[in-house]
Design a protein around this ligand. Structure first.
Ligand code: HPA
Length: 276
């Protein structure tokens, strides 16, 4: 597993800090087809991943690959527009490097978003789901490897991975905006294949409500860094075997259809966090 050192993080952080040079209240990772929120940022500064020393490139369609710093609802935010996935061939420390970088820039609260398939048969494509907890079926963990004590604990507690108080805020915003928020457990698999119908049945038996190919590595690192975490999924399709065969274009299309509501929900949550 390819390691990242504190020196590399510091080098990358110094580069990013020189461009995004204001105190940050919030970090946001924008998933597949959800990157439009960055267009709402005022006084924004974009920093392509490719320009940042030691930073891996995102190669997926629908993930443009840059940090965007700016202001949303008068809140200073640093967004990752496009993330780095394990299935692209990067090692876990690289996949979660953006979160370490955010931490180095002072981010203490992180909102993580993704597109996910429904495992829970009561869900419908287009639903939004608040992530209550996760199942790591990636078979690896981003904290494997040399431990640097300045990064936090070696053995990270995962009892309250998704911060209850942020979940309560998100529920309140959903109610106020009249946006239905499902809640459930997100299972992360490596991809890039979608699951088999048997795997979807297995995931359901094991307590998953939705599944995807991201989020868990970033959340684990965020928790090691001591960040508060809120996770939100957009359900773009029913899991394999529950409806029609899956295609990435469907994922992008549903996310696109729901983007205004999703961005409104996120903006409301950002405002509510700013008012804390
Ligand atoms: N499975 C895994 N990842 C996904 C899915 C899915 O059904 N939909 C969007 N991302």
């Amino acid at each position: 597993m390819s390691q990242i050192t504190p020196q590399e993080i510091e080098g990358a952080a110094n580069f990013l800090r020189a461009k995004v040079n204001f105190p940050l209240q919030l970090g946001i990772i924008l998933g597949s087809g959800l990157s439009g929120l960055a267009d709402r940022a005022e006084k924004s500064i974009a920093v392509p991943y490719g320009t940042i020393p030691h930073f891996p490139q995102s190669t997926v369609e629908g993930h443009s690959g840059k940090f965007v710093g700016g202001f949303i609802e008068e809140t200073s935010v640093l967004m990752m527009q496009g993330r780095v996935h394990f299935y692209e061939g990067y090692a876990m420390p690289q996949v979660a490097m953006g979160v370490r970088l955010m931490a180095a820039l002072g981010v203490r609260t992180l909102i993580v978003t993704n597109a996910a398939g429904a495992v829970n048969p009561n869900f419908t494509p287009g639903d939004f789901m608040l992530i209550q907890d996760h199942l790591n079926f990636m078979g690896v963990n981003p904290l494997i490897g040399k431990h640097y004590s300045e990064w936090g604990e070696r053995f990270v507690d995962q009892s309250d991975t998704y911060t209850p108080e942020l979940m309560a805020r998100a529920r309140g915003v959903g109610k106020a905006l009249n946006v239905t928020l499902r809640e459930g457990v997100y299972a992360a698999l490596t991809g890039p294949t979608y699951e088999t119908p048997a795997e979807i049945r297995m995931l359901r038996t094991l307590g998953a409500d939705a599944c995807g190919m991201s989020t868990v590595p970033e959340v684990i690192v965020a928790r090691q860094c001591g960040m508060r975490v809120l996770g939100l999924s957009i359900i773009t399709n029913m899991g394999a075997g529950m409806a029609s065969p899956l295609h990435h274009s469907e994922v992008v299309e549903i996310a696109e259809k729901r983007k205004v509501d999703f961005q409104n929900l996120l903006s409301g949550i950002i405002k509510s966090i700013n008012a804390e």
